[in-house]
Design a protein around this ligand. Structure first.
Ligand code: GDP
Length: 321
């Protein structure tokens, strides 16, 4: 039974990946940060099937200990300060977790589990002010936020450890991926949750930023499967994962509200507080390498994704008073 170690197991991707690996018969160990509350909402339905170790991406020693204790065959580094907007308010902390945290993970792996395979969660935000469209593995990076800058560091340190120490280390450059488990601060979940709240009478309006922003949005469950596939190849390499199509925030609103028989134009208000100091350009993936080398394809369409999220939020809000 292979062992996988996941940092960020309590997050959206960590929870889907843990489920996938449990189905495949892995022993799954998750790294969790100590806190006074238990953030296990996303993993509560399988928490008895995984092992949790206390460690922190800011603490080198704790990562060495965790890796020595669980002896992983595969390590997935999914932990990060992952919200772009917050990265302007906390740029240094974002760098600690999202950039230097990767080096700490790689150092721990190099010292105590050098045979383990390593996955780094890179991001389409690294393309930012895009140099070419669509973006592939060879497109140069031009990040547009402290988060994007930190992710570029994480990407390159992973490539460097692969080339310098011969580690099996890969970087998956994932475009936006969403689900009913997406954090409420991200625009997809903010819209599906907001529409559901309006439907059940808990809110009267939804305040958003730039409705013309476009993203290449896919389903997180499809994307964790790509992560696993990357670690099963003979040789380590980097891959872009996305759908290759974009939609606007306005289209997102239209589908989400229409699913509830509402017209978004009656409820959505644009609010300058949610506009960003800098926007990325239109990010759109060229996933052809993943399609040909990993035999990976997205399974869930954009409208099916949005409807899945709306239905989940409506069910939640209908249950709780
Ligand atoms: P990101 O791609 O990781 O930054 O994902 P987000 O879901 O946070 O944002 C996606 C896009 O939606 C960005 O271009 C935002 O400017 C835009 N957007 C418009 N209104 C909002 C809002 O109210 N909240 C968030 N998070 N994004 C918004």
């Amino acid at each position: 039974m292979p062992t996988a170690l996941i940092s960020g197991i309590t997050g959206q991707d960590g929870s889907y990946l843990a489920e996938l690996l449990l189905q495949k018969g892995y022993r799954v160990v998750g790294i969790v940060r100590r806190s006074s509350t238990t953030p296990y909402e996303r993993i509560s339905h399988f928490v008895d099937k995984v092992e949790l170790l206390s460690a922190d991406l800011l603490d080198q020693h704790s990562l060495l200990e965790a890796m020595a204790e669980c002896k992983p065959d595969e390590v997935y580094n999914l932990a990060a300060q992952s919200f772009v907007q917050t990265s302007w308010n906390q740029p240094v902390l974002t760098g600690e977790f999202t950039a230097l945290g990767v080096t700490r993970m790689l150092e721990a792996l190099r010292r105590v589990a050098p045979e383990a395979r390593f996955y780094q969660a890179s991001s389409s935000e690294q393309y930012g002010k895009v140099v070419e469209t669509p973006q592939s593995e060879s497109t140069p990076f031009y990040p547009r936020s402290p988060y994007g800058v930190a992710k570029c560091y994480g990407h390159w340190i992973t490539v460097n450890y692969r080339e310098s120490y011969g580690l099996y280390a890969v970087s998956g450059i994932l475009f936006n991926h969403e689900s009913p488990r997406r954090g409420l601060e991200f625009v997809t979940r903010k819209v599906t949750d907001g529409a559901a709240r309006i439907k059940v009478g808990k809110s009267r309006e939804l305040r958003l930023g730039n409705l013309d922003a476009r993203r290449d949005w896919g389903f997180a469950g499809d994307y964790v499967d790509a992560m696993w596939r990357m670690l099963q190849k003979d040789a380590p390499d980097d891959y872009v994962i996305g759908t290759g199509t974009t939609h606007s925030v306005r289209e997102l609103c239209d589908i989400a509200f229409a699913r509830l028989d509402l017209d978004y134009r009656d409820f959505v208000v644009q609010d300058p507080r949610f506009f960003r100091p800098a926007e990325v350009d239109i990010l759109v993936a060229d996933p052809s390498k993943a399609v040909s080398c990993l035999d990976w394809r997205p399974q869930v369409s954009f409208s099916a994704l949005v409807e899945m999220m709306v239905e989940s939020d409506l069910a939640r809000h209908s249950q709780r008073p």
